[in-house]
Design a protein around this ligand. Structure first.
Ligand code: GRG
Length: 296
């Protein structure tokens, strides 16, 4: 199987589960469910849920346990994008190649759609039926996802520092914090929850965490590069946005060549980390390469 086939296959399976796990558009109140589904099925790459699956597969976890957790992670990611696009945050009109949620459904519904996806994510994992020997793993996974979505070295913390830093000179240290919290935490949590469900031991979890941290940073540096080098059409979101709002980015701070070099080194180290696992890590290795080679 090529990586392209793998991403397509696992991505389609994630979509099937998401469709099952989200209330239908007809469910009352219909408008909020339409808004949630509008953003959810707008063509995201599904990289985080695919990471959950790839890590879980390396630890021989069955699909029925993996895909609901993968879907929950994608719900949280999509909530963060909806809220990030709001006028009070990044104020963006385009996401996943379509008008943003608030442009179509209004700000109030977009805020609620984000809130609802975040809440539904936890409901899905909490309700997941697992064998008795995996009950503790499930609680650990809920904790893991909550921490990654929170404020301490995590999604909301990273977003807060990012917003507070706009238009100000930002040190390399602060930028690393923004990247690892805003982007890295959820990516690292994605691989960790797959491995936790598979009963990874502390050494294995450390290697998986290393992979997540390094691949996550490589992903974000590539995102900064694409913001400068790709078009809005390629990206499905507004290109050149970072420079326009004087956002601190890896490229702004270190330049294009240094950024490319760093992303390459990080992807290589991420691959070495999972190779030391002595588990089938082909998909994780290929995904780390894809993170720095992607064009959107
Ligand atoms: C509002 C709490 C809160 C957080 C927002 C996600 C986010 C944090 C901001 C979006 C802007 C940004 C550049 C975030 C870094 C993470 C990132 C590159 C998100 C885009 O991820 P992709 O490329 O998107 O995987 P798709 O649409 O393919 O899922």
């Amino acid at each position: 199987m090529t990586l392209e086939e793998y991403l397509r296959d696992r991505g389609q399976e994630v979509d099937r589960w998401l469709d099952k796990l989200l209330p239908s558009e007809e469910t009352t109140p219909s408008e909020i469910h339409k808004a949630m589904r509008y953003s959810m099925f707008a063509g995201g790459k599904r990289l985080r849920p695919i990471l959950v699956v790839a890590a879980g597969e390396a630890f021989s976890v069955v699909p029925e346990l993996l895909y609901p957790i993968a879907s929950a992670i994608e719900m949280i990611h999509t909530y963060s994008l909806i809220h990030d696009d709001l006028p009070a945050m990044d104020n963006d009109d385009l996401r996943r190649g379509r008008p943003t949620c608030h442009k179509v459904f209004g700000e109030a519904m977009a805020i609620l759609a984000g809130d609802a996806l975040l809440t539904r994510a936890f409901e899905v994992v909490a309700k997941l039926s697992v064998p008795s020997d995996k009950q503790l793993n499930k609680i650990e996974i809920i904790t893991e996802i909550a921490s990654a979505a929170g404020t301490v070295n995590a999604l909301i913390g990273g977003q807060a520092v990012d917003i507070l830093s706009e238009g100000k000179p930002v040190s390399a240290e602060t930028l690393d914090y923004i990247h690892s919290a805003k982007t890295g935490a959820l990516i690292t949590a994605s691989v960790r929850v797959g491995a936790i469900m598979g009963g990874a031991n502390p050494d294995e979890l450390e290697l998986i965490t290393k992979y997540g941290n390094m691949a996550g940073l490589a992903f974000q540096i590539t995102d900064d590069l694409l913001d400068v080098l790709a078009t809005s059409e390629q990206l499905g979101k507004t290109a050149g946005k970072d420079a326009n709002v004087q956002k601190a980015t890896y490229v702004a701070l270190h330049g294009i060549e240094e950024s490319r070099k760093r992303a390459n080194e990080l992807a290589k180290s991420a691959i070495e980390a999972v190779q030391s696992l002595s588990k089938p890590s082909w998909a994780l290795e290929e995904i780390a390469k894809f993170f720095i080679e992607r064009a959107s």
